[in-house]
Design a protein around this ligand. Structure first.
Ligand code: SAM
Ligand code: SF4
Length: 461
């Protein structure tokens, strides 16, 4: 007899109980918690920039918001006047000039992303000027994707006009929930009409792609409330929806303690919310991508999924395939084939370094030879739910059996039906996509596994 929907849900709950624990988000491998502070990080970064070739991608971090959402895990701070933003922009411009001096003029910019915080805190004039400067200083490709993480509460018609004028192709709107009580509980009042207006403005200005960030696991959320939110979200036809599980890490972000523990849904409720939201979106015609994205069938991310050109970086899933990512601003992370580098997260250190004409890079990670196949396998699992360890080892010049012990450690999960092992291929059943980070952990040689490991990450679901 075939399993009913309820049987399958019960099995997922059981397996989440069996395997669920705190795991990294695997937006990079090794995870950012492994980056190492280095005295000469700035010089190493300058050398890496000078060696870059081909396509590059630019990331600008804007660490300011108008009001603190209590669930926020981003690197940001609340400002009540524009002075700090102006000062920060001047430093960002200076950092841009420093990078430009070292980067080969042959490098072509294929992606630009503004993240935060809330890049929508910049005035329309400042944003336009900043983008003009970027276009003047870098070889930005005519079809470059330019995305902004936007707080709909900041957006006015002149903002959206400035984005359209600067060639922005995607606005990613922070929504989280359309339930007023949930939004109230997290200190983020945002009426539906406000988001609806922001969407209409983007469409009127011809911004081709709209993403919504939605969340589950927030205080007072239930599966029923999630369904209401999804209905309203779909009524606005976003091209993509990122549906994140609230990562509750009050030991890292003290303000999260403002959310009373008792108001947070437990693991079983979180799973129900995740499933209810995902099933609704699939029934509404969205295609699931990785662990937390849903896209319309014609979206470029769907194409990237089909053609195996999807990637995962610090912004989550992306179609950005540039081999070099250059991060600007406090806490920004850069990436290339050699490894990762991160700017000072503390805004004062960032200010002091850049003002003195020095790079603000403080932490680095040089990939070790054995990191390469693990990085490939983890990215493939996160993107496609499957990976070929022999192929990943061959690409890194290692013998095919190099990850056999890791494959062997997946036997219990194979016996439980979470995944299939075909030779050296791991194929995760999409039914259990929510457990894929636990599968990835088997290939993470730095993971602190087992009892007593420090809780440095959020729960798997
Ligand atoms: C930089 S914000 C988006 C832009 C803008 N600041 C806003 O909130 O509207 C990035 C997104 O990260 C997600 N996020 C923030 N904190 C989170 C957490 N603790 N767990 C999971 N997702 C989180 C939210 O969905 C949020 O929209
Ligand atoms: S979720 Fe967005 S608006 Fe809210 S505090 Fe975080 S970065 Fe700022």
């Amino acid at each position: 007899m075939k399993d009913t929907r309820e049987d399958k849900a019960a099995r997922r709950r059981l397996l989440l109980d069996r395997y669920g624990h705190a795991v990294p988000r695997y937006t990079s491998y090794p995870p950012a918690t492994r980056f190492i502070a280095a005295q000469d990080a700035g010089q190493t970064y300058a050398r890496r920039l000078a060696a870059a070739s081909g396509d590059v991608s630019l990331y600008f971090h804007i660490p300011f918001c108008m009001r603190l959402c209590y669930y926020c895990g981003c690197h940001t701070r609340v400002v009540n006047d524009y002075g700090p933003v102006t000062d920060y922009l001047a430093l960002l411009e200076k950092e841009v000039a420093m990078v430009r001096e070292r980067l080969s003029p042959d490098c072509r910019v294929s992606h630009i992303h503004f993240g935060g915080g809330s890049p929508t805190m910049l005035t329309p004039d400042d944003f336009s000027r900043f983008m003009e400067n970027i276009r003047a200083g870098f070889n930005v490709m005519p079809d470059a994707e330019i995305g902004i993480e936007a707080d709909p509460r900041n957006i006015t018609p002149p903002h959206v006009a400035a984005y359209a004028g600067a060639g922005v192709t995607r606005l990613s709107l922070g929504v989280q929930s359309f339930d007023d009580a949930v939004l109230e509980a997290v200190n983020r009042p945002q009426p539906f009409a406000l988001t609806e207006k922001a969407v209409a403005l983007c469409r009127a200005e011809g911004i081709g792609s709209i993403n919504f960030d939605l969340m589950y696991g927030l205080p007072l959320q239930t599966a029923e409330k999630v369904l209401e939110t999804m209905k309203r979200a779909v009524s606005l036809s976003p091209d993509r929806i990122a549906y994140f599980g609230y990562a509750h890490v009050p030991w890292m972000k003290k303000h999260m303690a403002l959310l009373p523990e008792g108001s947070l849904p437990d693991a079983a409720a979180r799973l129900r919310q995740q499933e209810a939201g995902g099933e609704f979106l699939v029934a509404a015609g969205y295609i699931p991508v990785g662990i937390d994205h849903f896209v319309r069938p014609g979206d470029t991310m769907r194409l990237a999924l089909q053609t195996r050109r999807l990637h995962r970086n610090f912004q989550g899933y992306t179609t950005d395939g540039a081999p070099t990512l250059i991060g600007f601003g406090a806490s920004a992370i850069g990436e290339n084939a050699a490894g990762y580098c991160q700017n000072a997260s503390d805004t004062k250190t960032y200010f002091d370094r850049i003002s003195a004409g020095e790079f603000a890079t403080l932490r680095l990670l040089d990939l070790a030879p054995e990191d390469h196949p693990r990085r490939r396998v983890i990215e493939a699992l996160m993107c496609y739910l499957e990976a070929d360890t022999a192929a990943a080892c061959a690409e890194s010049g290692l013998p095919p059996e190099s990850l056999d012990a890791e494959l062997e450690s997946l036997q219990p999960m194979a016996q439980d039906g979470i995944l299939t092992l075909e030779g050296r291929r791991v194929i995760v059943d999409p039914e259990y996509r929510m457990l894929v980070r636990i599968v990835c952990e088997a290939f993470d040689q730095y993971a602190q596994k087992g009892e007593g490991a420090a809780p440095r990450h959020a729960q798997a679901v």
